[in-house]
Design a protein around this ligand. Structure first.
Ligand SMILES: C[S@@+](CC[C@H](N)C(=O)[O-])C[C@H]1O[C@@H](n2cnc3c(N)ncnc32)[C@H](O)[C@@H]1O
Ligand SMILES: Nc1nc2[nH]cc(C(=O)O)c2c(=O)[nH]1
Ligand code: SF4
Ligand SMILES: [Mg+2]
Length: 208
């Protein structure tokens, strides 16, 4: 059973695939925060910008991979190009499995994933973005993109710079200090050109 908060068609807002049409499939639940505001301060991840509790009208509970893949495929509204799904959450690696990846490939989709890196990723993901969270041990140490929310006192860019990723991004932490966080990202990227700036362009443009 897959528990999905919401499924929607938009543009990927972040990282190297920013601007690409994608169906977002947001799984419910996370291993680093309950999602309840009263638990935020004591959670293992405290700066989350996302509601991932429960199931919205555009989500649902799916008993088979084929049924979820069909719903995702029906949500794709593009003509031409390569259909793309981004599994996110919450933490998608609590639920994403080999069967769902195979089912997405069977309906012609490339598979992207946004994960906190604390769980091992199944094989077959086409674009794996890992976003480390504070002092939580990183288990998944390779992928296409490492996208670090910055600044985090217990997760310095230097500690990830030699891992096996093709792209390294700093993404300003969206908080009351967002302006200064953005300035700090820009300074760090300019001093360490291995790192590139990722802005959350869906927020800037007002899309979902
Ligand atoms: C909501 S998370 C879900 C996926 C997964 N649990 C993770 O943390 O990567 C999706 C992306 O948003 C980023 N993110 C979460 N809160 C943020 C914030 N306050 N500012 C900037 N990026 C944030 C995460 O680091 C991750 O790259
Ligand atoms: N447009 C858009 N791009 C995104 N990139 C990562 C997102 C996420 O919440 O995982 C996200 C999101 O929620 N919307
Ligand atoms: S790990 Fe991801 S989904 Fe979980 S609380 Fe942190 S940012 Fe949100
Ligand atoms: Mg988001």
């Amino acid at each position: 059973m897959y528990t999905v908060k919401e499924i929607f068609y938009t543009l990927q807002g972040e990282g190297a695939q920013a601007g690409r049409s994608a169906v977002f499939c947001r799984f419910a639940g996370c291993n680093l925060w309950s999602g309840r505001e009263q638990d935020r301060a004591t959670a293992q991840c405290t700066f989350c910008d996302t509601d991932f509790i429960g199931v919205n009208e555009d989500g649902g509970k799916f008993t088979t991979a084929a049924a979820l893949a069909q719903r995702i495929s029906d949500t794709w509204l593009g003509t031409g190009g390569v259909p793309y799904v981004v599994f996110t959450g919450g933490e998608p690696l609590l639920q994403l499995d080999d069967g769902l990846i195979a089912a997405m490939h069977a309906v012609g989709f490339e598979v992207g994933v946004e994960s906190n890196g604390t769980l091992p990723a199944p094989a077959g993901i086409d674009w794996l973005c890992i976003s480390p969270k504070g002092s939580n041990a990183l288990v998944q140490m390779c992928g296409q993109e490492l996208k670090l929310v910055y600044p985090q006192l217990n997760a310095l860019p230097e500690s990830f710079a030699t891992l096996d990723f093709e792209h390294f991004y700093l993404q300003p932490m969206d908080s009351a200090a967002q302006q200064s966080n953005t300035a700090a990202c820009i300074r760090y990227c300019m001093a360490h050109p291995q790192w590139q700036l990722s802005l959350q362009t869906h927020k800037l443009s007002g899309i979902r």
